[in-house]
Design a protein around this ligand. Sequence first.
Ligand code: GTP
Ligand code: MG
Length: 177
Amino acid sequence: MGVCESCMKKADPFNIIMFGLSGGGKTSILYKLKTGTTVEPAITSGANNEIIKVENTEFHIWDIAGNESSQSNWKFFCNFPQAIVYVVDSTDSQKILKGKEEMRKIVFQPDFNKLPLLVFGNKSDDQNSIPINQVMELLSLNEIQDRQWFLQKSSSVSGEGLFEGLKWLSDILKMNN
Ligand SMILES: Nc1nc2c(ncn2[C@@H]2O[C@H](COP(=O)(O)OP(=O)(O)OP(=O)(O)O)[C@@H](O)[C@H]2O)c(=O)[nH]1
Ligand SMILES: [Mg+2]
């Protein structure tokens, strides 16, 4: 008996998994989106998760702590992610370069085959933030050709770019679903 493939696809809330080095601002982003306020989070241990609604789309966002063990044991926290968010601290070129390597280790895992990738170049409010076109070059994002990706400059302080990033994800996920 045939099975209607589209009937089996998951509707929202879309399951989103957020990675990035410690200190990049993942938890700050999560709670800015959730509460509209800027919080000063403690270093995450394990993961946080929240349901966030943007316009008509709900996202279940999993914020995985930046330590190596949590980042590589993400399955312990989140099942069946439908998109990846990767957060880099745009004020520090060395951290961006390290993030580039870590991001590749994550996104090219077979579990994440072809999942859309939203990259936040975070801390855009900081006077030391690197222009977003340079962030793109440092991350060599143009080399990623096996999936849809989008780089969005963002700030969990001003809120810049956060909803724009999620809007991109929403459009892509709805189109692919
Ligand atoms: N200026 C500025 N500071 C930020 C921004 N986002 C986060 N921070 C600061 O960066 C530091 C780390 O933020 P967190 O949200 O805890 O970072 P994280 O990625 O969750 O770190 P782990 O939990 O260790 O993985 C905190 O002092 C935040 O206040 C931002 O957009 N702008
Ligand atoms: Mg955190």
